[in-house]
Design a protein around this ligand. Sequence first.
Ligand code: FAD
Length: 449
Amino acid sequence: MQEKNISIAGAGLVGSLLSLYLAKRGHKVEIFERRPDARKNLLDGGRSINLALSDRGLQALAKVGLEEKVLKEMAIPMYGRVMHSREGKLTYQPYGKEGQAINSVSRAGLNMLMMDEAEKRGVKIHFSQACADVDLENASAVYRNREGEERKVESDLLFGADGAFSAVRSIMQKTDRFSYSQEYIEHGYKELEIPAGPNGEFLLEKNALHIWPRGSYMLIALPNPDASFTCTLFFPMDGEVSFASLDTVDKARSFFEKEFADALDMMPNFDRDWQENPDSSLVIIRCFPWTRNAKVALIGDASHAIVPFYGQGMNAGFEDCFVLDRLMDEYGDDWEGLLKAYEVERKPDADAIADLAMRNFVEMRDLTGDPEFLLRKKIEVRFSEKYPEKWSPLYSLVTFSPEVRYSDAIALGKRQDELMAEIMSMPNIHENWDSPEVEERMLALAEKL
Ligand code: FAD
């Protein structure tokens, strides 16, 4: 493969990983990142913000030799979800088969680890350099530092890995036949914290993702290595019950006393967190094409920003890198063919995970508290454990089956929904759910998948 000078705008999660893939192929890679070096300037006041890393992301990390390091050094496996009712009753639901887990990792920690590795492998990262303009014909770009000084950088190829509000994409948006949509959902989010207990212990089950489902909103908590939990309240931005209506910390506190009493008891810094942490928006961004002139390409959130409810945004961005790498094997120096194949292959998968993520919000906030839904899950899990080759629940396809494309998973999930509706309408299903009769019916229906 012919060595290229490749620039990447954005040293976030996806830009950093992409640089490792490109450097591995012998390309000369430079990243231009708008923010200062997080390794020197602790961002977010040192707050832990974590993400769920699952098999698609791990598969992509494995190919650049980082899977084990990440799992060993910074991941806390979460084997299932623990639902907290208003009365404080707990219900546990495993995510997959025994031993299968999603992993809570620090966003900043993972990003810094990948930047360190990238530099070790020859990638040059320039900080405080915001992409301000791009020439889509020849992959050159203008970067601006904090003092407003600009520099022009020429390259053979430019990747926009600069996130949901990508500057590179904003230039592409001005070109003919570029489709773009941006949708803010009704809900936003706020981060809160459950610190470690007095003896440095976890105050909730460590190896689980905690959910307080409350119908139209929910609170979740993911564990951190320091025994704290980062909690996120997903909540309407406006309306009768919303961030706008809880406009004083006293109102927020009495709301939590009613809705999330057990969580509030573990939040000594609730008042501070509520007031200081922003109400952040959630946006879905779709666009196409993702590449221009075989010179400029979008990747990660720059091309597909989704809501966080399937824990797949970063995983999908990592999968972009993994797919691109496979296509580099197939296409060699034919970057035109390669980039075309990349956008054509990835777009349906990005659309599928965007839809799945929105749908999972309803499942998490509403259905995880619904006995009917929990029974359906129980039947599916039991059946798929006995007949793994005949049935894999949608969650497992998305989270634990990177060999299945998101677009295939969503299609299969739709057919499974129809079949499960039949099962759930069987007489006395609540009593007979584990009977041979139900199993036989499942076997017959699974043949139709
Ligand atoms: P980003 O992480 O946004 O990185 C973009 C980088 O580009 C940043 O470093 C930014 O400073 C830089 N940049 C921006 N503009 C410019 C410019 N003009 N010039 C140069 N640099 C620029 N995903 C999961 O897989 N699992 C989860 O559990 C999960 N939880 C989430 C929870 C929340 C609340 C949210 C909001 C998202 C969550 N996600 C999760 C999604 C995940 O955060 C994103 O998909 C992921 O960060 C995308 O990575 P990226 O590198 O494409 O973009």
